[in-house]
Write a protein that binds this ligand. Structure first.
Ligand SMILES: CC(C)(COP(=O)(O)OP(=O)(O)OC[C@H]1O[C@@H](n2cnc3c(N)ncnc32)[C@H](O)[C@@H]1OP(=O)(O)O)[C@@H](O)C(=O)NCCC(=O)NCCS
Length: 163
């Protein structure tokens, strides 16, 4: 199974490759050309106060997926939860369980760093991501708000939010 051939590790020094991966995954997701604005926003996210970067490498050592976790509040609103800032799997590697493994590793890394809860922002129309987050125990919290770049409806999802 392809997902199990990738090594998931906590990484340093992989930021530039992960930004490239994010830009490619978003372009593929949205059916649009690679966006300089998406790249710049990702760079800003990589510059935020970091909790963990979890990367999946292919057998040749090239990143094929990653999850970036930054400090509580770096999502733009005050929060007690670590912020799962970016999660992406290369389009050619999607659908084989890697996103799920990266998400679990990111939540585990946040817990190890002392953050019992995680939250993230997800587009309301990003069905694959929402299905993944829901099945991993995240729940939507509050009303939708416009995404900072695209304006598309976006919502906070967090762990430990069952009512
Ligand atoms: C979201 C993303 C990381 C998922 O990665 P992935 O490796 O394809 O995910 P997995 O194979 O681990 O699948 C995990 C779950 O996601 C959901 N999922 C994945 N692809 C799906 C699809 N095409 N349609 C519906 N649900 C899907 C399913 O619930 C799946 O669980 P299942 O296999 O038990 O049904 C990937 O699609 C991606 O990089 N998207 C572009 C970037 C992005 O939008 N990131 C999220 C930002 S909030």
């Amino acid at each position: 199974m392809i997902g199990t051939t990738f090594v998931v590790r906590t990484a340093t020094g992989a930021d530039a490759a992960c930004v490239d991966l994010w830009v490619a995954a978003v372009a593929d997701r949205d059916g649009l050309p690679a966006s300089p604005a998406v790249r710049e926003r990702a760079r800003t996210k990589f510059a935020a106060d970091r909790v963990a970067l979890v990367v999946a490498d292919d057998p040749a050592g090239a990143p094929v997926g990653f999850a970036l976790v930054t400090a509580p509040g770096t999502g733009g609103t005050p929060s007690d939860a670590a912020y799962l800032s970016l999660l992406a799997v290369a389009p050619t590697a999607q659908g084989h369980g890697l996103g799920r493994r990266l998400l679990a590793a990111a939540v585990a890394a946040a817990a190890e760093a002392g953050h019992a809860q995680c939250e993230l922002h997800a587009l309301d129309d990003n069905a694959p991501a929402l299905a993944l987050y829901a099945s991993a125990g995240f729940r939507p919290v509050g009303d939708s708000f416009p995404h900072a770049l695209s304006g598309r409806p976006t919502r906070v999802w967090r762990t430990g939010a069952d009512r």
